[in-house]
Every structure is written in C-alpha cells, then in structure tokens.
Design a binder for this molecule. Structure first.
Ligand SMILES: Cc1ncc(COP(=O)(O)O)c(C=O)c1O
Length: 405
C-alpha cells in the first residue's frame, strides 16, 4: 500500500518531517518501506556490516562472559566505572594526543545529554551561550527549555570568524562557546588552527569556556588539534561515538577541565535528568575501544565514506558542493533564493528525502540557500547512487533547465 507522501517541513537535524512533525526514518533498513523512499537527510555513518558485525558481537560476548551481569545491570553507573573512563581516556587520546587523567572523564548517554548538562551547569537559566550561526539543531530547543539565550557567531569556509566571536563576547557576555570545530554540521567546514588559537585568546580574555563537540573528528585523518589541547583549563571536550562507532549505543566521553569541575557540572543532574549511560552500552563501548576493534570500525567507516564521496563527485559533477574528506554529508549551495525548497520538494516527489539549512539557523539569521545531503544513512552505494541521481535531476530541473535529460 502506498502511503500519502508527507508535506515538506523541517525539524530537528534539518530532517524533513511528516505532517504531524514526526521524524522521517533515519536509517533505511528495508528499501521497500515508506514508498521505497531513500533518506539522505540524516547524518549517520554508513554500516559496513562485514566489519561491524563481528566486532560488535565480540564486544557483546566479552561483556557477557567477563562481567558479572547481575552487578552490571543491577546498578547505575553514574559517571562510568573506572574501566569505562579508562576506555574514554584511550578513545579521546586519539584526538588529544595523550590520555587525560581518568578523574577528568565523564561517560554520558550520548553527546546531547552532555550538552544539556553543560549548558545548564555553565550558563543556567538567564545565561548566554555563543554558538556558530548555523549550529546543531538540537541545541536550540535545549537552550529554550533551560532558559538560555543563544548568540550567533559568524562562520565561513575556514570555520569560526574570530572578530565576530570577539564582538559577541563584548556585547552579549556569553559564559561559553558551543562549537563544532571539526567538520561542522551542516557546512562540513573545519576551523583552522590559526583561528582556533585566535578564539582561545578571545575566550581567555572574556572569561568564556569552550563546549567543544568534536563528534565528527574521528573521520578525517588530519583534523587540527582540539581546543581542549590548546586551552584545557577552559575546555569541555565531548567526543561522542555516534558518528564513528555506533549511533545506537548512545555513549559519549566528556573531558572536563578538572575532576572537581566534572562533578559540579554533572552531579546535580543525577537526580533529575538522564545523562548517565546505560551500563551495558558503556561496557560494550569500553570493550570496543580497549580491544582495538573501535579502530577497525572507524577505519571501515572512513574507507566506505571515501568510496561514497567518489560516487557523489561523479554523479553531482557541475553542481557546487562543499564537503571535506571524512564528512558524512554534502552541503549543496544553491545559487538562487528560494530554490532549495523547490529542489527538496522535487526530490521528495521522487521519494528521496534531503535536509536543508533552515533547521540549523540561530536567531534572526537568514536561512542559508543550501541542501544537506547525507551520504552515510542509506544502506549501500546503489541506493546512494539512486538518491544522488534524483538530487542531481531536481537541481538541474530548477537551476540548469538546459541540462535536463
Ligand atoms: C553535532 C552533533 N552533535 C551531536 C549529535 C548526536 O550525538 P548523540 O547521539 O551522541 O547524542 C549529532 C547528531 O546528529 C550531531 O550532529
């Protein structure tokens, strides 16, 4: 039975939603579902089953055979056990260069939960947080719920614009900058090292802390060093596993400036929120990291993304696409006002769902004329080719009618 196609709207992560506002499917597990539509609006890493399956199975069976299960699932594990936090230290060391002291590590139920606690702990009701002018959409309702005002800082192809950050610091007095410095979502830009250094100087001068969401940073090979290495005393570093290892396990590792700060930010929420990781998920993730299998998974994601990028380059030739090695999405710049919505509607008519920039906008900034096209969410390259051909055809029909087949 064919379902009625949803009207184009956006919510959450730039994802088109159905008329009731429910999110579209985020992972295509059965291409015959939902009119056989392909979801290119999500930003999940590709599943490389022949590598993942055996590693996940191995981690799960190790937990089942090596851990005392009644104790594992019979209690909370607030900040994570010592082993979980050692695994966290090992995982973040891939970006920080060396493992931080485990007393600075907090294991959380994903990145969103960490952001929620840090926004509340650092800014709190009536407080101000600076963010990039396009930012991860989930932080907007989060800030609204917590009574926090978000102030947009300009970004360009080299990431955060330091002068704009300085202006925001002087005018709005934020307590923190929430930033996606590596493979920014949605633009895929990476803030250069020079700009990171400039931002550190500005932050120190204005007493601003960094909340650094580095979730995409495991995928490129040469990402610049995190703020947490340039200014550890004012940095909260969050390395989620959702974009590199396992979106479904919902585990993120946070590195606090010091252990006392970690306790101050996270402990008050223990009684009233759910930021703590599920013990089983934390243990499985720790196993993946400590066995070295996490590296195999990240390697497989990188390789598959390389192939998917090559495919996209071929199919979308002649279309202005911004992207970077390792990025899970393309950012397709549309050279005519309003055309993004026309293109999204046309692709949706052919059962291909793409995201657009509107959901990422903060405050009164103008929505960027761009589409976000996820490369990782569909199950295989054939599906991706099919989806990208529909995007290309829609783009040409609206903007290059002379090229339409
Ligand atoms: C920038 C950013 N941070 C965090 C997340 C979600 O992380 P988690 O699933 O660990 O909460 C996403 C997912 O789209 C994201 O794009």
């Amino acid at each position: 039975m064919r379902r009625k196609k949803p009207d184009v709207e956006t919510a959450g992560d730039g994802i088109l939603t159905d008329a009731k506002g429910g999110p579209e499917v985020t992972r295509q597990t059965d291409p015959t579902l939902v009119d056989g539509s392909l979801n290119l609006s999500g930003n999940l890493p590709p599943i490389v089953a022949d590598v993942f399956e055996q590693r996940y199975r191995c981690a799960l069976s190790k937990v089942m055979t090596e851990e005392q299960l009644s104790s594992l699932v019979g209690s909370h594990r607030f900040m994570g056990t010592e082993r979980d936090r050692s695994a966290g230290a090992a995982f973040v060391s891939l970006r920080l260069g060396s493992p931080p002291d485990v007393s600075r590590i907090v294991v959380t139920n994903g990145t969103q939960s960490a952001i929620d606690r840090l926004f509340d702990g650092i800014a709190g009701r009536g407080g101000v947080i600076a963010v990039e002018e396009l930012t991860y959409p989930a932080v907007k309702p989060m800030a609204a719920r917590l009574g926090i005002r978000l102030c947009p800082v300009r970004i360009d192809d080299e990431g955060l614009v330091p002068d704009s950050f300085s202006d925001v610091c002087e005018r709005d007095k934020p307590s923190a900058l929430y930033i996606l410095p590596t493979l920014h979502n949605p633009t895929t830009a990476t803030t250069t090292l020079e700009r990171r250094r400039a931002a550190v100087d500005i932050a120190r001068l204005n007493n601003v802390q960094f909340i650094e969401d580095d979730i995409y940073s495991m995928l490129p090979l040469n990402a610049p060093p995190p703020f947490a290495t340039l200014a550890p005393e004012i940095s909260w570093y969050i390395l989620g596993t959702a974009k590199s290892l396992s979106p479904g396990l919902k585990v993120a590792y946070v590195v606090a400036p010091d252990s006392a700060a970690a306790g101050r930010a996270f402990w008050p929420g223990v009684r009233s929120t759910y930021w703590m990781p599920a013990p089983l998920n934390a243990a499985v993730t720790a196993n993946l990291v400590l066995s070295g299998h996490a590296n195999d998974i990240v390697g497989a994601v990188r390789l598959e993304m390389e192939r998917r990028h090559e495919l996209a380059k071929d199919i979308l030739e002649g279309i202005p696409v911004a992207t970077s090695a390792g990025a899970l999405n393309l950012w397709v710049r549309i050279p005519r006002a309003g055309a993004r919505l026309e293109i999204a509607r046309l692709t949706q008519d052919r059962n291909v769902i793409v995201g657009h920039g509107d959901a990422f906008v903060v405050g009164n900034c103008i929505a960027p004329e761009a589409l976000r096209v996820g490369l990782g969410t569909v199950l295989n390259r054939d599906q991706l080719s099919r989806g990208l051909e529909v995007v290309r055809d829609a783009y040409r029909r609206v903007l290059q009618p002379g090229m339409t087949a």
